[in-house]
Design a protein around this ligand. Structure first.
Ligand code: FEO
Length: 396
């Protein structure tokens, strides 16, 4: 049975959501499911904008059949070749043998890599600024390399002024019937929009900036991404967040405290510090790295200005969940943050030194060289150390 939503007289949403799979890209937890968006124009020419993940294959194919209602498919536009959008491309091409693929040269090469077919005779290559007339609607194409793969492009419907933004402006989480962002409080899905951005394209801030500059030259009235809600009002609320995230500007002054603790002594230091910050009026959030997936920690790190890492020494190294977060932070090029360290060790505390070595490698990180050392458990006179740290954070 079809699950179609008509957006305008000749544009339909034919994507689908699912909540059975626990991980996106087999790495990111998606406790609220995931949407795989796809759009179908039924203009003088019919054009499908991207396919879907194989997880929603049946629903997606039924949607297309329903919307086409016996018409043939003229074009399938491939904005992004990652299989969460292109897994069903081969099947669509088999079902609609007259359909032409509209893509750029890099995408064309990737299609061959994924499907081992020579589809050059069915491919209509486009490059920056090229247009495709569907009749009433005309699509123009803009390259968006590394947002999130090198072949990514976006398209702009010059008639209805819609930016089809590929992965950009996407969100983790399923669409529960409601398609549009203006029907959902932004605060409800901002955390998952942030976690999606930071983990999927957080590393590519410069490239996102280039895309935002291109987008600023267009009269965009709606943004339809490949994941999450569709935007038709108040676009600046998300664009402003993208400006902050892509320039690695903290959204707010506050402290993210992440601890790696085995028996609770390092955790105690983290919580006492949070108390002291609260007394000084500083917002903080405390997370146990052992129980919080690194993707959530990274999103919080993009949100706040200050980060405190409190780690036990483990096998002469950093506690592994804290090390995982640090490696994630480095991989995603997080910048413009102040980092403070607390280490614990019962006989040879080394995690502080090792964390500072990793952090010293990262661009734009201000590292507090006053590392607090706990030997097994906090001593009463270490209250002063935590108080001083809270003061340094509040004054910086
Ligand atoms: Fe949603 Fe990069 O794929």
């Amino acid at each position: 049975m079809q699950a179609i939503q008509q957006i305008s007289p000749d544009l339909f949403y034919v994507g689908a959501s699912e909540g059975r799979h626990p991980l996106f890209e087999n790495i990111y937890p998606i406790p609220h499911g995931m949407s795989y968006n796809s759009y179908l124009f039924t203009d003088e020419k019919t054009a499908l904008l991207d396919t879907c993940d194989s997880a929603v294959r049946e629903q997606f194919l039924e949607n297309i059949t329903g919307v086409l209602a016996g018409r043939d498919l003229d074009y399938v536009v491939v904005h992004h070749m990652e299989p969460d959008h292109a897994a069903l491309l081969d099947e669509i091409l088999n079902r609609y043998p007259a359909a032409k693929i509209v893509c750029n040269a890099k995408t064309s090469q990737m299609i061959t890599q994924f499907f081992h077919r020579d589809l050059s005779a069915r491919t209509h290559l486009v490059k920056e600024g090229d247009t495709l007339s569907l009749g009433h609607h005309t699509l123009s194409f803009y390259m968006a390399p590394m947002v999130h793969w090198p072949e990514v492009m976006v398209s702009y419907d010059t008639t209805d002024k819609i930016l089809f933004s590929a992965d950009a402006f996407g969100t983790f989480g399923e669409l529960n019937g409601t398609l549009f962002a203006d029907n959902i409080p932004f605060a409800d899905f901002l955390p998952e929009a942030r976690r999606y951005y930071t983990n999927i394209v957080g590393k590519y801030g410069n490239q996102v900036q280039m895309l935002l500059k291109k987008a600023a030259s267009l009269d965009i009235q709606q943004i339809f991404p490949l994941h999450g809600p569709l935007w038709r009002t108040n676009l600046n609320s998300l664009i402003d967040k993208y400006q902050q995230w892509s320039t690695y500007t903290p959204e707010e002054k506050g402290t993210l405290i992440i601890y790696g603790s085995i028996y609770g002594h390092t955790e105690a230091a983290a919580r006492i510090l949070a108390n002291k910050l609260a007394v000084k009026g500083i917002t903080s959030e405390v997370y146990d790295a052992s129980k919080t997936d690194s993707s959530y920690l990274l999103a919080k790190a993009f949100q706040y200005s200050h980060i405190v890492l409190a780690s036990v020494t483990y096998n002469n190294g950093i506690f592994p969940p804290i090390e995982t977060f640090l490696l994630d932070m480095r991989a995603h090029m997080l910048q413009n943050r102040t980092v403070h360290l607390i280490q614990n060790g019962s006989w040879a505390p080394t995690s502080g030194k090792l964390m500072s070595v990793l952090l010293a490698d990262m661009k734009g990180i201000t590292l507090d060289d006053q590392i607090i050392t706990i030997t097994s458990a906090l001593k009463p006179d270490q209250d002063f150390d935590l108080e001083s740290l809270a003061t340094r954070i509040s004054e910086s």
